[in-house]
Design a protein around this ligand. Structure first.
Ligand code: AMP
Length: 551
């Protein structure tokens, strides 16, 4: 017997329509490439998304075609997210921080027909265009006609203006009805940053995106409300800005889009001027904000929560923001293949009984599974490990917003026989279900057969006042195979005494975890998504201990 309830496919356009009908006055505030602020209501955004469909249809874009974006977080990017998916085409968000050759490879692999680019990406577009001539027919610059730049494009590739395209599509958009189609249709394509090998495309469906938005907007996760003003600092080209644009639409929360201005001073200014209540991004961004606030004496007047994910959250951030600025920090974990949110660290009743030190340690965990994601840890033999908070193993996940195969690969090929997806992370899970990432499986240090967590050492090093940033890599060792090497960048005006830093670490970890050497460096390399680039560090410093041993 089947139920007798209405059957509506879960479509991204329904999020936009809900926002326009029920929260039509909520606003999207965008900081442009030039720093200028623009405002539009959800009602206006929905209307313009329909005009965009009209404009794109006029260019011959049809269902299933891919439309690439090279864009910061902005109202226009939101219109593209919703308009392109709403017409059943596929929005392909491209990471503009990648090298031009990688961007071109991704565009060719995706088969993008149109590219939509912010003004700051003209040089990148010019470098990429000659390499993608076969599929891309037009580049649309995200600006009004009076700001149109000169862009050198190969013959046959048209240069268009976004606002002109919207205007051209206005009449068709007027009467346009968002089409209803199979919720399993592809909606967004996003390539993993891929520290090794070619990037891989994760292809979200309308169903997975809407379920993710509903699932992650529970009170113990993003928990956006209609009274919130949400600032996604994590870029819309990186896993849907963690699903925040969709969650804001369904909650009716206003969005504050920072554009390209992600330094501490710009973020503090925007957060206060636009009364941002909730914001989220990677640790590097919040380290920058903290440095700025401490130096300038500015406060955060409206912000109630800072959500941190993408890399392990340093203890410094978890402690400094609540104590110094009255803003709690929440730690979350996810990945491109998970749409991206998997876990959120929000308390259960048992956490109330933790003493301050245990509580501090607890907050460093990545959190417990959001409904919609199941997880387990397995040992080297593939058998599930106990949730005792001690044993660590490979973290696997499954659920309706977890990827089953990469774009262009065989269905189900990213899963094992039981339907689990291997995250590449190594973790513990405690009896209450809180997961703690110990390392990436390729970053964990295997010293004489025992494992050392690079993340744990980095967190300890970063809690030293003279250390602005730390990276621990496995360095080759003549006796133990691999040993930890700590690289540190000094905080402004604070010289690092490496012997003193080593002393401060000892006693906090087992003695055999202590790094064999500490090197002070001027810069640490980051990936296009702001994570420490350990492959580069291993290539540069992997032989340090061998050389020291020889000497
Ligand atoms: P990406 O697909 O680029 O978002 O990268 C996903 C990876 O980032 C995960 O598999 C983790 O290794 C790492 N990651 C994300 N969030 C966290 C976190 N809160 N703590 C530690 N690592 C994280």
């Amino acid at each position: 017997m089947l139920g007798l309830m209405q059957s509506h496919p879960l479509l991204v356009s329904s999020l936009l329509v809900h926002a326009a009908r029920h929260h039509g006055e909520a606003e999207v505030v965008s900081q442009g490439v030039d720093g200028a602020i623009a405002r539009a209501s959800y009602r206006a955004v929905e209307r313009r998304a329909r005009s965009l469909v009209g404009g794109l249809s006029g260019l011959g874009i049809a269902p299933h075609d891919r439309v690439g974006t090279l864009a910061w977080n902005s109202q226009r990017h939101l219109e593209i997210y919703c308009g392109v998916q709403g017409m059943r085409a596929v929005c392909h968000t491209i990471n503009p921080r990648l090298h031009a050759e990688d961007v071109a490879w991704i565009i060719n692999h995706a088969g993008d027909r149109v590219l939509m680019a912010d003004l700051s990406f003209v040089p990148l577009v010019e470098a990429v265009a000659p390499l993608v001539g076969s599929s891309v027919q037009a580049v649309v610059m995200l600006c009004p006609p009076e700001q149109m730049p000169a862009v050198a494009l190969p013959e046959g590739m048209a240069l268009l203006c976004y606002e002109t395209l919207i205007e051209a599509g206005e009449a068709a958009g007027e009467a346009y009805q968002w089409p209803v189609f199979d919720e399993n249709s592809a909606g967004v394509l996003c390539y993993t940053s891929g520290t090794t090998g070619r990037p891989k495309g994760v292809l979200y469906s309308h169903r997975s995106t809407v379920l993710h938005a509903l699932g992650v907007n529970m009170p113990d996760a993003l928990g956006f409300r209609a009274v919130d003003r949400v600032m996604p600092v994590v870029p819309m080209f990186h896993v849907n800005a963690w699903g925040m644009p969709y969650a804001a639409l369904l909650a009716g929360a206003s969005l504050v889009m920072p554009g390209r201005h992600l330094d501490g001073a710009s973020l503090a200014r925007l957060m206060n001027a636009e009364r941002v209540t909730i914001t989220a991004g990677v640790p590097t961004v919040w380290l920058g904000l903290l440095e700025h606030l401490r130096a300038s004496g500015e406060r955060l007047d409206h912000t109630r929560r800072i959500i941190i994910g993408g890399s392990a959250c340093p203890a410094l951030l978890i402690e400094a923001f609540p104590v110094e600025y009255g803003v709690p920090v929440e730690h979350a974990w996810g990945m491109t293949e998970l749409s991206p949110i998997g876990t959120f660290n929000k308390p259960k009743p048992a956490q109330a009984a933790l003493d301050p030190e245990a509580h501090r340690q607890h907050l460093l965990k990545q959190g417990r599974a959001v409904f919609g994601v199941d997880m387990r840890i397995v040992g080297a033999d593939g058998a599930a490990l106990a949730w005792d908070g001690v044993q660590f193993g490979d973290l696997q996940v499954r659920g309706p917003w977890v990827c089953s195969a990469y774009y262009g690969e065989a269905p189900g090929s990213a899963l094992d026989g039981e339907g689990w997806f291997a995250t590449g992370d190594v973790a513990t899970i405690c009896p209450q279900g809180f997961m703690h990432i110990v390392d990436r499986s390729k970053d964990v240090i295997k010293s004489g057969g025992e494992w050392i967590s690079s993340i744990a050492l980095e967190n300890l090093a970063m809690s030293h006042p003279a250390v602005a940033e730390a990276a621990v890599i496995s360095a080759r060792h003549p006796k133990w195979d691999e040993r930890p090497l700590l690289l540190v960048r000094a905080a402004a005006g604070q010289p690092i005494d490496t012997a003193e830093l080593m002393r401060s670490l000892s006693g906090q970890v087992p003695r055999w975890w202590l790094p064999d050497a500490i090197l002070v460096v001027d810069e640490l390399p980051h990936t296009a998504t702001g994570k420490l680039q350990k492959t580069v560090l291993r290539a540069a410093y992997g032989d340090t201990l061998m050389k020291l041993a020889e000497a």
